[in-house]
Design a protein around this ligand. Structure first.
Ligand code: XLS
Ligand code: CA
Ligand code: CA
Length: 439
């Protein structure tokens, strides 16, 4: 077999009894679930950064992985080889989408002009591969956090020249995303946050952050980019406090700055847990506001307080993530991007494939279980019963905004609280286990 990953076969669905590590046990792309093919529900995407540029280094250790393209000395030739590798990998895994930061596809250059020229060169290569394979761009973004110039932030930097530089970078990244037919554009607040309040003008930084987002909205109109803008919350890391803490914080910020209608959420599992929420919580909250846009499907290690970006293997979490996606009516512009990297000691290219296989199988099975939960009305009937009191009598008057303190006080004096009912948490958990174990 020729190609960059010649030792790896095409990954096919072989069923739950398969012992072949290079096969899907649960992800059957053509299987129809609730009237739609699995591949169309899940809209899997490859993360360019972790997959193609991750080398296995960590704050204590050097890179561990040597990739097939690492022996190419010329950075542009190397970047071209990475494009080939990305598309070969997606073809082998049957992944239909990818996501990238500007800096993932080409390294920084001596000048901004040269950097942008290089971006165009590699975007040409990407465009060719997209045409050849039919693989699409889920979202693009700009890395305004790695280079030392962003040490104080990008839009929230104390230095206006850095603000301008970030704007130039975002402008170009939006143009490339638009040119490649990207269905979305992500803002993850890189270093938009602070290390200490002692040197931070909180008001100016938050206002400037909103200014940058407004400029992006205006520029999208100007160039005709109709893709969905997303904000990806994260409470900390790299800075002590990141401004986009969680969904609630972001929705409040967007409302305050008249940006609410222009953005949806890109929820990352590992960021939810860093914010001391469950993944399910962030998705549920986004969904009820009509803001569940896209998902960075990874998982953290709950023993650690940083962003480990692991490939997802937790079936419970995947079930409720897909439950929320189904309840939201499915993805429209978004999808499941594996913002995930293999562990430092998993340095072979085979490990990259195993990472995607476990992640895709986990979400495929999560989808099957979630669909059964929805079809059987399991949680809906529990909610209907639990909140039944709001369908008539005093409850209905409360939700219809027909009563105030005086009427309620009068009601309470007369009726007291006649009965309380169990929340039945343990019974519900037992039912959920049945669905997970028997699907
Ligand atoms: C980092 C973020 C990042 C965003 C895109 O923690 O997850 O990878 O998804 O900039
Ligand atoms: Ca992350
Ligand atoms: Ca992410």
């Amino acid at each position: 077999m020729s190609g960059i990953f010649s030792s790896i076969p095409k990954i096919e669905y072989k069923g739950r009894e398969s012992k072949d590590p290079f096969s899907f046990k649960f992800y059957d792309p053509e299987e129809v679930v609730m009237g739609k093919k699995m591949k169309d529900h899940l809209r899997f995407a490859l993360s360019y950064w972790h997959t193609l540029t991750g080398e296995g280094s960590d704050p204590f250790g050097d890179p561990t992985a040597v990739r097939p393209w690492d022996n190419i000395a010329d950075p542009i030739e190397q970047a071209k080889e990475r494009v080939k590798a990305a598309f070969e990998m997606m073809e082998k895994l049957g992944i239909g989408y990818f996501c990238f930061h500007d800096r993932d596809i080409v390294p920084e250059a001596d000048t901004l002009e040269e950097y942008q020229r290089n971006l165009d060169t590699i975007a040409d290569e990407i465009e060719k591969e997209m045409k050849r394979t039919g693989i699409k761009l889920l979202w693009g973004t700009s890395n305004c956090f790695s280079h030392p110039r962003f040490m104080h932030g990008a839009a929230t930097s104390s230095n206006p020249e850095v603000f301008a530089y970030a704007a130039a970078q975002i402008k170009k990244a939006m143009e490339i995303t638009h040119r490649l037919g990207g269905e979305g554009y992500v803002f993850w607040g890189g270093r938009e946050g602070y290390e200490t309040l002692l040197n931070t003008d909180l008001k100016l930084e938050l206002d400037n952050f909103a200014r940058m987002l407004k400029m992006a909205v205006d520029y999208a109109k100007k160039i005709g980019f109709k893709g969905q803008f997303y904000i990806e919350p994260k409470p900390k890391e790299p800075t002590k406090h990141q401004y986009d803490v969680d969904t609630s914080t972001v929705l409040g910020f967007l409302r305050e700055h008249d940006l609410y209608d222009h953005f949806k959420m890109n929820i990352e599992a590992n960021h939810a847990t860093l914010a001391m929420h469950t993944f399910h919580h962030e998705l549920y909250l986004s969904r009820i506001h009509g803001k569940l846009g896209s998902i960075d499907a990874n998982q953290g290690d709950l023993m650690l307080g940083w962003d480990t970006d692991q490939f997802p293997s937790n079936i419970y979490d995947a079930t409720f993530a897909m439950y929320e996606v189904l309840k939201a009516g499915g993805f429209t512009t978004g999808g499941l991007n594996f913002d995930a990297k293999v562990r430092r000691a998993s340095f072979d290219v085979e490990d990259l494939f195993y990472g995607y296989i476990v992640g895709m199988d986990t979400f495929a099975q999560g989808l099957r279980i979630a669909a059964k939960l929805v079809e059987d009305n399991v949680l809906e009937s529990i909610l209907d019963k639990r909140y039944n009191g709001y369908n008539d009598g005093i409850g209905k008057k409360i939700v219809d905004n027909k009563v105030g303190f005086e009427e309620l006080s009068e009601y309470a004096m007369k009726n007291g609280v006649s009965k309380l009912e169990s929340g039945r948490q343990e019974m519900i958990e037992s039912i959920i286990n049945q669905y997970i174990l028997c699907s």
